[in-house]
Design a protein around this ligand. Structure first.
Ligand SMILES: [Zn+2]
Length: 81
């Protein structure tokens, strides 16, 4: 008989209070007030050849949340391309 070990993951989506988006310098706007596509650029529209740059403030906030929730964090991360 084969025994299995259940592994349960949790993916959490949250909006952090940053001034710009996660991978570009576009400002965060109130979507109930701003017109459609008024705060977008080549990066956040996923245009080929663009180079996303991670928002360091968002990373800082995410790490703070993780530590506050007693989560474990890897000492090194890298992008999966
Ligand atoms: Zn953008």
């Amino acid at each position: 008989m084969i025994s299995y070990e259940p592994v349960i993951g949790l993916e959490v989506h949250a909006e952090l209070s940053t001034r710009s988006k996660m991978f570009c310098a576009c400002p965060i706007v109130d979507t109930t007030q701003a017109g459609p596509n008024t705060a977008v650029c080549e990066v956040c529209t996923g245009m080929p050849g663009t180079l996303p740059v991670i928002n360091s403030r968002a990373v800082e906030y995410a790490v703070r949340v993780a530590l506050a929730l007693n989560c474990s964090l890897p000492s090194v991360t890298r992008a999966c391309l």
